[in-house]
Design a protein around this ligand. Structure first.
Ligand code: PLP
Length: 427
């Protein structure tokens, strides 16, 4: 899906100036668009008091963006120490943070509990003895197994490593209660990049049914139900956007029905990443080479180290060429980066306008799981990130990596272990 007209209309007139000032490649994000999406989410769920979005930090872990999320009143969904520290740097504490980790190491739990704590959303019954002290409020991630099917990115629940199984769930809450927990949450995340809103309504329905079941077994009342992230964005021009209002309507009805039956309503939490920022970013890169062999190739100055989704998922990202319209279609090309890895392609056999060396390409919808998934294979460095502010100024919110950054981990005190067996041989 092409970037929003509003983003395009504000970016296009200043793109050349930005390129000249900052140099390519870079991701640039749209503050106004992110705020609009955040406000639309808040409005959609306005009938459910206590609704809160916990922005999935992993989608776009940049303080410049997280500040905007905090402004909107959102919390943060974290699953690593670095993400916890990023959130706390912005002042988030306690129930501003949901720690949804999996395969968690004991020292991560120590850090999660320190410095104002967070809501622990545990992934398994075996993690209960690993937390030093059972908090008053505890949540668990539920994996329904064969009771639900997933979607293609996240896979079927029965094959997924996440969450507490149906069979272990009652014992899990019972164990937490026996250790002193008095308030409870329930979480599931079953899809990724899903455009069919009905899936999220089904997840909300499933979680409310589980809440009823656990309540019947243990008398536990749930503080909140967290339906996870996974809302999709339309990457392809022909994709239909997720119907947010219909989704909210369906979920709101379920919660109001629940209240009628039980006299209380858990709060609704959500932890979207992609939906919040995905469409509000573009990767801007320059054409630096042409190649004409069995296929035509356009070489650009960004690589999969700046955007890995096409290489690992075969994901589609729309591409436009600054100043050239699709009516000038010049035939099919592969748009490639410089990695020695044939998957390093932003587009395969894509119809694009005639591209000259020096032309600026915009790779759309890179605002989530874009820069964040970057890596250093082949010694390639990750690009800078910019934020197009609502006042039309452009702020550098992360510099590009340098060769010095790349070499930083090769800078250390020499260390060699002489194993005892080797020492004995020497004697
Ligand atoms: C990745 C992840 C999210 C965010 O997923 P999106 O597809 O970006 O919405 C939310 N919650 C958990 C637990 C995740 O692992």
């Amino acid at each position: 899906m092409p970037m929003s007209d509003s983003f395009e209309n504000r970016l296009h007139p200043i793109l050349e100036e930005i390129v000249e000032h900052f140099g390519t490649p870079f991701h640039i994000y749209d503050e106004s668009g992110i705020r609009e999406t955040g406000q639309a989410l808040i409005n959609a769920f306005s009938k459910l008091s206590g609704f809160r979005e916990y922005f999935a930090v992993k989608a776009l872990p940049n303080p410049g963006i997280l500040k905007v999320m905090r402004d909107l009143g959102f919390g943060f969904d974290c699953s690593s120490v670095a993400e916890l520290l990023l959130s706390r740097q912005l002042g988030a504490r306690g129930d501003d943070i949901m720690f949804t980790s999996n395969n968690t190491a004991a020292d991560e739990f120590i850090l999660a509990a320190a410095d104002g704590g967070c809501i622990l959303n545990l992934d398994d019954i075996s993690l209960i003895p690993k937390i030093s002290e059972m908090p008053e409020l505890i949540s668990f991630r539920y994996n329904p197994g064969p009771r639900r099917s997933g979607n293609s990115i996240i896979g079927n629940p029965i094959e997924s490593k996440y969450g507490v199984s149906h069979e272990q769930l009652v014992d899990t809450y019972k164990a937490a209660r026996d250790l002193g927990a008095t308030r409870f949450g329930l979480h599931a995340m079953l899809v990724s990049n899903e455009l069919n809103y009905e899936y999220m309504v089904e997840t909300a329905n499933m979680l409310l049914e589980v809440a009823e079941w656990i309540n019947a077994e243990l008398g536990i009342v749930f503080d909140f139900v967290n339906i996870g992230g996974g809302l999709g964005i339309p990457y392809r021009p022909e994709d239909k956007p997720l119907d947010l209002d219909k989704m909210a309507e369906g979920i709101t009805t379920l919660f109001i029905d629940f209240q009628k039956r039980y006299g209380y309503m858990p709060k609704l939490y959500m932890e979207s990443g992609r939906y919040m920022t995905g469409a509000h970013g573009v990767l801007v890169t320059k054409a630096i080479n042409h190649k004409d062999i069995y296929r035509k190739y356009i070489g650009v100055d960004a690589s999969a180290s700046a955007l890995m989704r096409p290489a690992i998922y075969g994901a589609y990202h729309h591409i436009t060429v600054a100043g050239k319209s699709m009516e000038q279609n010049a035939g099919r090309v592969d748009v490639v980066g410089p990695l020695c890895e044939n998957n390093d392609k932003f587009a395969i056999q894509r119809s694009l306008p005639d591209i000259q060396i020096g032309d600026i390409l915009c790779i759309h919808d890179t605002g989530a799981h874009g820069h964040a998934m970057g890596f250093n294979y082949n010694g390639r460095l990750r690009p800078k990130e910019l934020l197009l502010r609502s006042d039309a100024s452009v702020e550098l919110i992360r510099r590009e990596e340098t060769i010095e950054d790349y070499f930083a981990t090769l800078n250390f005190e020499p260390q060699t272990l002489i194993p005892e067996t080797l020492k004995r041989l020497a004697n």
